[in-house]
Design a protein around this ligand. Structure first.
Ligand SMILES: O=C(O)CCC(=O)C(=O)O
Ligand SMILES: [Fe+2]
Length: 230
């Protein structure tokens, strides 16, 4: 039997990275040392909760900003998949006095330079709206990848904050990691999209489940391996 396998030779493995490896370990160590943060009891992915990261008044201010600026959400993917992400979303102006302290507070909690953070996204889901299963990391096989390399490279950590409680539905579900998180006003959910070796972690696939009753508001912050703002 030949040891050479043409299939294995042509299948491209996603790249590992010492930089991403380091940010994974450093952020996890920082959150482990923070008594306000709690690590989810799952194998194979680093996922943390921080209840009460934002107070109610701050959540309400962000909700009002989302309502003032929201438009139908978009997708980066090459596939044009109707129904995949049906929420509204908007960019939260990082230099506005209402957003900047929150933006910098998230970066400080994780210990990541705020300049690595993409523009914070606000999202609103009405009943029936959802964000189906996806990875937050970029797929190196997609046509956007070369552009992403110019714009700070791969995404490492995601920090998401629920701005309100939702009467029914709207949980964030990680089907492979095996956790389902119900929206709770002010709670941050943060996870590393990379494995310990700095390559994409498939186990972080997650979904914003359909809202059944009520309206769900969140803000999401994605961090890049390099500076997103030059
Ligand atoms: O709405 C959710 O619970 C998930 C949102 C999400 O996956 C994202 O913003 O990347
Ligand atoms: Fe996501």
């Amino acid at each position: 039997m030949s040891l050479f396998s043409p299939r294995a030779a042509t299948r491209k493995k996603p790249s590992t990275s010492p930089l991403r490896q380091r940010v994974g370990a450093e952020v996890a160590a920082r959150l482990d040392a923070n008594p306000a943060a709690e690590r989810a009891a799952i194998q194979g992915a680093q996922v943390y909760y921080h209840p009460d990261f934002l107070d109610a008044a701050t959540c309400d201010r962000l909700i009002a900003m989302i309502d003032a600026h929201r438009r139908p959400s978009t997708l980066l993917s090459d596939r044009n998949d109707q129904g995949f992400r049906t929420s509204d979303s908007c960019d939260m102006d990082r230099w506005s006095p209402d957003v900047q302290p929150i933006d910098e507070g998230i970066a400080a909690l994780l210990g990541i330079d705020p300049l690595h953070g993409e523009t914070m996204q606000g999202q609103r889901y009405a009943p029936g709206q959802q964000f189906r299963a996806h990875h937050d990391y970029f797929h190196e096989s997609e046509s956007y990848w070369q552009r992403m390399l110019q714009e700070g490279g791969q995404r490492t950590w995601t920090a998401m904050i629920y701005l309100n409680d939702v009467a029914e539905g709207g949980a964030t579900w990680f089907p492979q990691a095996g956790i389902k998180v119900a929206p709770r006003r002010g709670m941050m959910l943060a996870w590393n999209n990379m494995k310990p070796d700095g390559s994409p972690n498939e186990l972080t696939i997650h979904e914003g489940m359909p809202v059944v009753e009520g309206v769900k508001y969140i803000v999401t912050k994605w961090f890049r391996e390099e500076r997103w703002i030059k």
